[in-house]
Structures are given as C-alpha cells and as structure tokens.
Design a protein around this ligand. Structure first.
Ligand code: ADP
Ligand code: F6P
Length: 324
C-alpha cells in the first residue's frame, strides 16, 4: 500500500507530443483541486537528477492547453537507466517532499517510472507519443494531431504530384511502428503503403503497381513509407529508373510532432491527466493509464510493458483494397 500522498510532481520524457501540455495542465489543476501540492520537473529525468524542480500553481498552466510541445521540456536521459542514478532520483524526490510522480512519455519513460517505484516513490505513467506504439492502450497522446498534420501535408503533396503526373514517396514518422503510415494511407487514399510490420521489400511489386496504374489512367501515385523502412530518396531514384515515371521523395520529419493539439488530443490528455492523479490518491503505484475499448483504464507497469501490439489485419486489408 502506498503511503499518503501530499505532494506530487509531473514530468515529460522522451519525444514530445501534442497534448502533453493538456495533460500537464490537468494533472496540476486536478491535484490542486484535491488539496495536493504540485511540482513540475523540467527536462525529464535529467531535470530530476539536476533538481530542476518548480512549484506549480493553477496559473502556471494557464494558456498552454492549445500549445504543442511540452512547457516542462523533455529529454532522453541515458544515465537514468543505471540503478545508481535511479536511487539518486528517489533521494531527490524525498528531499523535495515528492510522494508521487506522474511521468508522461513512452515505454522507455515507464521503465524509469518503474525504477522510481521500486525505490519507494509512487508513480503513474501516461502514454505520450505520436507513434501509437504503446501496447496497453488504443490511444496515445499526440497521435491524433500528428496523423492530421501528416494527412494535410500529404494532401498538398498530392496536388502537385497529380499536376505533374508524378509518383511521390512520402515518409512519415513512427519509429518502428507503422500506425501513422497506415492511418495516412487510408485517410489520404494512397496507392501503396509500406509498413515495417508488413513490407516484404519486394520493390518490383511496387514498380508493377505504378506501371499498371498509369495504364488505367491514374495521374498520380502516392506511396506512404514509414520511417521504420526509410530510404525514401534512394527508393525514389530506383523507382523512377525502373518505371520512367518522375518520382520524388518527401520526408515530413519533425513538423509531424509539433503544432496545436486536436480536440481529441486535448480531451483524452486532460482526462488521462486527471485520472493519473486519482490513481495516486487511491494509494496505487507503478501504474500506467490507458484507453481501451471505450474506457480509461490502468495497468501495472510491468504487465503493460509485457503486452504486444500489432497492426490490425482488417485495417491493413482495407488500405490495400481501396487502392484499386
Ligand atoms: P519513450 O519514453 O518515448 O519510449 P525513450 O525510450 O527515449 O523514449 O525513453 C525516455 C527516457 O526514459 C530515457 O531517456 C531514460 O531517461 C528513461 N529510460 C528509458 N529506458 C529506461 C530504463 N530501462 N530504465 C530507466 N529509465 C529508462
Ligand atoms: O517517438 C516519437 C518520434 O518522433 C519517432 O516517430 C521518431 O522515430 C523519434 O521520435 C525521433 O526522435 P528524436 O527526436 O530523438 O530524433
């Protein structure tokens, strides 16, 4: 049973994601409403080790709901993988009177939270990543905004691609996961989609598809390529040489990670932020919040880290069928 919670802290870790600010705001305001003190830890676990810890009041989180990025800053802190630094982190928490920490980030960040929990600090993780690659949840903070940003960019590339009757390879983020690519392939009506989970590296099949589409009168050919496959520029050169169709590569990059969060990201991140505070207040620790089958839920961190997630077969099939 966790000890009574009087002061909690919030930090963001790993890649930033639109909606993280909405979650921070919800944590701070829910905790204050419930009579707790709240602190913000800057720059992820780096900031914890460097004691970059600030008091958070309701006004500290004014006017951030609609902003991308994270007002607390984020970082990848490799030292925190080592037990010595995890112990130091817990000692710093105790020194600042922090009884519980809410960590907003991905799987790596949960491992840091788990380490702190083992050192006696209560922890709850929130799924913050544009990649949607966290197995215990159907939703991650930032995915909806990122996919909408990518979709709008791809629409624009499609306009010019059609006008010039070109083929376009558009590379989207997602690390080793193909969720952003899959969603864009359906939302943008792409002719081909290459997902790390599915692609068999049979480039000849793509070449044949382009040639056949041309014969059927298609004036463009959009290929969504996931970051986990990459090499879009060299692929474009090979495809142009093999098909005779002018082919360009566009790598969307970090623009997908920024920008004002959608209503979905603001809403879900806000609920999850409040939910995390309530989990701590119920005396539970080493938990991660998720959204599954229409409900907000929480899991033990270890259990969550053991879960597996894969591309939905039916959604993938639909993405293929709709390209005819
Ligand atoms: P994400 O949280 O998006 O998966 P990372 O994998 O980069 O991103 O992890 C973010 C941070 O979490 C790391 O920089 C490190 O500070 C911490 N972290 C990652 N793995 C561990 C681990 N095994 N033990 C403790 N902390 C970890
Ligand atoms: O996890 C979010 C993400 O944007 C991935 O899609 C991408 O692979 C990675 O972060 C890039 O990380 P960095 O900011 O370290 O270049």
């Amino acid at each position: 049973m966790a000890k009574e919670i009087k002061t909690i802290a919030v930090l963001t870790s790993g890649g930033d994601a639109p909606g993280m600010n909405a979650a921070i705001r919800a944590v701070v305001r829910t905790a204050l409403f419930r009579g707790l003190k709240v602190k913000g830890i800057k720059r992820g676990y780096n900031g914890l080790l460097n004691e970059e810890i600030i008091d958070m009041e309701a006004r500290n989180v004014s006017d951030i709901l609609q902003r991308g990025g994270t007002v607390l800053g984020t970082a990848r802190c490799l030292e925190f993988k080592e037990p010595e630094y995890q112990k130091k982190g817990a000692t710093i928490c105790r020194k600042h009177g922090i009884d519980g920490i809410i960590v907003i980030g991905g799987d790596g960040s949960y491992r840091g939270a788990q380490a702190l929990s083992r050192q006696g600090i209560n922890t709850v993780g929130l799924p913050g990543t544009i990649d949607l690659d966290i197995a215990c949840t159907d939703y991650t903070i930032g995915f909806d905004t990122a996919v909408n940003t990518a979709m709008q960019a791809i629409d624009k590339v499609k306009d010019t691609s059609s006008s010039h009757e070109r083929c376009s390879i558009i590379e989207v983020m997602g690390r080793n996961a193909g969720y952003i690519a899959l969603w864009c392939s359906i939302a943008n009506g792409a002719e081909d989609v290459l997902l790390p989970e599915k692609y068999d590296y049979n480039e000849q099949e793509i070449i044949n598809h382009i040639v056949e589409s041309r014969k059927r009168g298609k004036t463009h050919h959009i290929i969504i390529n996931a970051e986990g496959i990459g090499h879009s520029t060299s692929m474009a050169r090979r495809i142009e040489a093999a098909t005779g169709v002018e082919t360009r590569a566009t790598i969307l990059g970090y623009m997908q990670r920024g920008g004002s969060p959608t209503a979905t990201d603001r809403f879900y991140a806000s609920i999850m932020g409040a939910y995390a505070v309530d989990v701590l207040l119920q005396g539970r620790t080493n938990r991660v919040v998720g959204y599954r089958k229409g409900e907000f839920v929480d899991f033990d961190i270890e259990e969550a880290l053991q879960m597996k997630k894969s591309i939905d077969e039916y959604q993938y099939e639909v993405s293929q069928v709709l390209t005819i």
